[in-house]
Write a protein that binds this ligand. Sequence first.
Ligand SMILES: NC(=O)c1ccc[n+]([C@@H]2O[C@H](COP(=O)([O-])OP(=O)(O)OC[C@H]3O[C@@H](n4cnc5c(N)ncnc54)[C@H](OP(=O)(O)O)[C@@H]3O)[C@@H](O)[C@H]2O)c1
Length: 239
Amino acid sequence: MIGPKSRRILITGGNTGLGLALATKLARRHQLLLSGRKSRDEVAASLPPGAGYIVADQSDPETSAAALLDGVTEFGWDGLDNAVLNAGTGFAAVDGIDSTDAIRQTLDVNLLAAVFQAQALYPLLKKTSGTLTLIGSDAHKGSATVPAYAASKAGLHGLARALRSEWKGNVSVQVLHPGPAKTEMHDKAGYDPGLMRSLFLAPEDIASMMASAIAARRSPVTLSWVKYLNGGAYTGRRL
Ligand SMILES: NC(=O)c1ccc[n+]([C@@H]2O[C@H](COP(=O)([O-])OP(=O)(O)OC[C@H]3O[C@@H](n4cnc5c(N)ncnc54)[C@H](OP(=O)(O)O)[C@@H]3O)[C@@H](O)[C@H]2O)c1
């Protein structure tokens, strides 16, 4: 039920996977604006009722930031309580060597777009003393199969540390690092996790841990099996 405590929440990459799981979880209590690369027609059937949608292709980072800003204004919002920069991509590297295109795509979509979007959304978040959440990955510590992806997520970790300090008192900034989840990302990346996939967490469980981490505003937070086994998907603050 949308009530007086309802928040205005923007989630990039909100049309599928972890972003959609988070949106679905929050839809009954909050107002949502989601973004993705696909057209509105392609995603309309899967979006939660009432959620707005912005087309913002992050392979052009600067333009994607402008598209988000325009989309928020067109939706009639003059401020944001939360921005969750979740959209991401990755490509499995053969023998640890990414192709030139894969390196550029990964860094543009995962890192550069987040830098531009964070700067563009700052005034809207400042109005509400809101929270900027960057979705990193456990792979930010390094991962042999996806070097450019690991670098992009390490970059987000550094960006969150810098902005958290720069924007202190105006906007809360955090980075959340999920462990492997059962989304389509691995197939899209050309990576077959084999039997390991059975150990991946359900998107809904990661989304629950994301929501309570966002409410707590702590940073950095790892959303892994360890947290899950400690009840992380069922305990913690409610967003
Ligand atoms: N799944 C995991 O195991 C895992 C683990 C750790 C961290 N993460 C991170 O969690 C986030 C969500 O991942 P996911 O598993 O939900 O992946 P997913 O199911 O593949 O969804 C990715 C989302 O990002 C959007 N996106 C991809 N490329 C884009 C582009 N060029 N421009 C705009 N949007 C683009 C997609 O939009 P379209 O559908 O419109 O292309 C989609 O909404 C990512 O940042 C990922 O790195 C995932």
